[in-house]
Design a protein around this ligand. Structure first.
Ligand SMILES: C[S@@+](CC[C@H](N)C(=O)[O-])C[C@H]1O[C@@H](n2cnc3c(N)ncnc32)[C@H](O)[C@@H]1O
Length: 306
């Protein structure tokens, strides 16, 4: 049965403020979720329509002037081509999971409730988390937990998981990880948080999807178009920061050269020098906002990537 989403959108005012100057055209909401950002944009900018994407086919859209396509934003270039869209005026990416997904035990994303080891955001994810937890080699597991969870106890955790196989559900996995971590480290947040993050990123190939989605969105932006990205952990934020910084690089000729010989033209102008974080009031009202990092950029006229 359809249940009304309870996800609270993060940094909505900042997203709207940054996209307000575009005034007209098609805005991409690459991560529609509960539709909070889309709804706020539709209400605040009368001249825009929205193309929304979500990788999770259970997501429903009831926002005016918005068309939802169930798709991974890694396939954005193909979606735009199939829809006959050759430019967008703006884009918003609000990464990760919605609270509705996180709180649904049967999705297996949470270490707080018992559920199957699934963690697939959508049917395009190759394998459920149980394949990694119960089948992958100890070395593969260690690499996943180290690279995607940045957990310095990755080696111990991977060994403990392999020794405890078969692991049936999220609660048991959380216990195994907690027992593998030295006692002092257990006091710094939930000890399984990083392992769950790592498995989720691996199951959904999230970082590669982000790289591809950002490239396609920046390519499709019209001159003066704007892109806003909210990320929730350092691996995502680093990708966004580096992609925006690379796009903002202009002429690299020595300053004493009278005429540019390199032909490098910046495709982006940074609208945020540093990542913007949520204010204290928002963090108090919505714990999810605590880790949010927002970055934004504008497509420069004539700055199409070479
Ligand atoms: C944080 S929620 C978005 C919430 C939304 N901005 C709002 O205000 O209600 C993230 C959503 O993005 C979706 N998502 C995550 N990665 C995706 C991807 N690679 N492609 C498409 N959708 C994705 C998730 O399924 C989830 O519904």
């Amino acid at each position: 049965m359809y249940q009304k989403p309870h996800h609270i959108s993060v940094m909505t005012a900042q997203v709207v403020d940054l996209l307000l100057p575009i005034e007209t055209g098609l805005v991409l909401d690459a991560t529609f979720g509960a539709g909070g950002h889309a709804r706020a944009l539709i209400e605040s900018i009368p001249g825009v329509q929205i193309l929304a994407l979500d990788r999770d086919p259970s997501v429903r859209c009831d926002v005016a002037r918005t068309r939802l396509v169930p798709a991974n934003f890694s396939e954005l270039a193909a979606v735009l081509a199939a829809e006959g869209i050759d430019e967008i005026a703006g884009a918003v990416f609000d990464l990760g999971l919605s609270s509705d997904q996180l709180d649904a035990p049967e999705r297996g994303f949470s270490y707080h409730v018992s559920g199957p080891l699934d963690m697939r955001m959508g049917p395009d994810a190759a394998v459920p988390a149980s394949e990694l937890v119960n089948v992958a080699s100890e070395g593969e597991l260690r690499d996943i937990i180290f690279r995607y969870g940045e957990d310095r106890f990755a080696r111990r955790i991977a060994a403990a998981i392999v020794a405890a196989r078969p692991i049936e559900d999220t609660t048991r996995l959380a216990e195994v990880v907690a027992d593998a971590v030295p006692a002092p480290a257990r006091r710094r947040g939930h000890p399984a948080r990083r392992t769950f993050q790592a498995l989720r990123i691996a199951v959904n190939d999230e970082l590669e999807a982000l790289r591809r989605g950002l490239d396609a969105a920046i390519d499709a932006l019209r001159a003066g178009g704007r892109i806003v990205v909210i990320s929730y952990h350092s691996l995502e934020d680093r990708i966004v920061k580096q992609r925006f910084a690379a796009g903002a690089v202009g002429c690299v000729c020595p300053p004493d050269l009278p005429v540019c010989g390199c032909g490098t033209v910046a495709e982006l102008r940074l609208l945020t020098r540093r990542a913007v974080t949520a204010g204290d009031d928002e963090v108090e009202a919505n714990r999810r906002a605590r880790s949010a990092r927002l970055r934004a950029a504008e497509k420069v006229a004539g700055g199409d990537a070479a």
